[in-house]
Every structure is written in structure tokens, then in C-alpha cells.
Design a protein around this ligand. Structure first.
Ligand code: COA
Length: 186
């Protein structure tokens, strides 16, 4: 499957995949396989694709089967949750590195269509997304909902991410996560 940077023509495909995997639409019995909680308008998604070059996708026969978002914190400031994360970011360290809005960017959400999970595509999309930002930021940061066991397992075991702490927002419990953008022996 081809992994690439998204173009504006991919917007509808990304939206459809996001909608199908949003917590509002995922059935209770499918929650264990993950869900996405971030909402994004067409205007914000269009800006993320074109102005930020901030969407990685995987496509099969012109259908978007996976996506990952990656952008500087200033892009995410319109979301209360991300704004809150910028306010507490400096309470967390990754190794010797204190996390700041200058030395990190925000990755995620990432989402794979159900039919392509567990195939190794996750690592490919993740690595492509990381490579998109490695020249601008030494460290990537994000959150994972503490009840999203599949996402936590995939990111810690297969993507080399480290839990650097926990935080709560809006009654939900999250892990603060980080990793080097260039693989090293940290
Ligand atoms: C999260 C996601 C991107 C991971 O990609 P994936 O292809 O499913 O990941 P993999 O199957 O390669 O790896 C997941 C691992 O977690 C394990 N796992 C599955 N459910 C689990 C659970 N509830 N708790 C703990 N581990 C779990 C799997 O067994 C697998 O490990 P294994 O390969 O050693 O058996 C994908 O599942 C997805 O898009 N889910 C819906 C959206 C989502 O949750 N996005 C993340 C938001 S932060």
C-alpha cells in the first residue's frame, strides 16, 4: 500500500475514515480496537493538509485506508484539549529533554481502517509521519486515552513511544507520550 503526504483531494476520504472511527460512532463492542476523539472541521482539515503539510495517508485503489496528523502546537491551539496540553507540557520530560512547544510538535490522531489493522501498516504510517517532522523538531509529543489499550500497545511496543506521565482533561484520563523523531539509543 502506498504511504504518502495527503493532498486536498484526499479530504473526503480522510473525513470518512475519521467519522467511522470516531468515539461517537464506534460500537461499544469495537471500542477495544481503538477510537478517535478529535473533531476537525473541513476548513481545519483543509488547512492541515495544504498550509501545514500535516497529513500522512495510506491509499489502496484510491481509497484512504489510514491517516496520521502531524502539526506544530500553534496549529492545534484552536482545540481546548491541545491548548491545555501546551499549558502543562513543560511539567514533563522525555529523558533529559524538558518538553516545550518549541522542541515538540503534536502527532495524531492516527487511524487505520479495521481491515488493515495488524498488518504492519501502522508502523509504516507512523514512520512516514515522524519523518515529515524530523528536520523541524527533535521530539514528538501526543496523548493517548488511558482506555485505548490497543493504541497504547501499538505505540509503546511497535512505535517506540514512551509514556512520560499522565493528565486528566474534561473528566477523561490520558497518558502524555513522547519519542525522538530520529531513532536513537535514548
Ligand atoms: C491504534 C491503531 C492505529 C493501531 O494500529 P494496528 O494496526 O491496529 O496495531 P497492531 O495490530 O499492529 O498492534 C496493536 C497491538 O495491540 C494489541 N492489542 C489489541 N487490542 C488490545 C487491547 N485492548 N489492549 C492491549 N493490547 C491490545 C494487539 O494484539 C497488537 O499486538 P500484537 O501485534 O503483539 O498482537 C489502530 O488499531 C486504529 O486505527 N484504531 C482505531 C483508531 C485509534 O484508536 N487511533 C489511535 C488514537 S490515539
Amino acid at each position: 500500500m502506498d504511504v504518502m503526504q495527503a493532498a486536498i483531494t484526499d479530504l473526503e476520504g480522510i473525513k470518512a475514515l475519521l467519522k467511522a472511527n470516531h468515539a461517537d460512532n464506534v460500537k461499544e463492542e469495537d471500542r477495544a480496537d481503538g477510537f478517535v476523539t478529535t473533531n476537525i472541521t473541513d476548513e481545519q482539515l483543509g488547512r492541515l493538509i495544504t498550509a501545514e503539510n500535516g497529513v500522512t495517508i495510506a491509499k489502496e485503489n484510491d481509497t484512504v485506508m489510514a491517516f496520521a496528523f502531524e502539526a506544530p502546537w500553534k496549529f492545534w491551539m484552536e482545540w481546548p484539549m491541545f491548548k491545555y496540553m501546551t499549558e502543562i507540557l513543560e511539567e514533563y520530560s522525555f529523558g533529559d529533554t524538558l518538553l516545550t512547544t518549541e522542541n515538540t510538535y503534536q502527532y495524531g490522531p492516527i487511524c487505520l481502517d479495521k481491515t488493515v489493522r495488524g498488518t504492519g501498516l501502522f508502523e509504516k504510517v507512523f514512520d512516514f509521519s515522524l519523518a515529515m517532522m524530523k528536520d523541524r523538531y527533535p521530539v514528538m509529543a501526543t496523548f493517548i486515552n488511558q482506555i485505548n489499550g490497543r493504541s497504547y500497545a501499538a505505540h509503546t511496543r511497535k512505535a517506540g513511544m514512551t509514556e512520560v506521565g499522565k493528565f486528566d482533561f474534561n473528566g477523561n484520563h490520558y497518558y502524555m507520550m513522547a519519542c525522538d523523531t530520529v531513532r536513537s539509543a535514548k
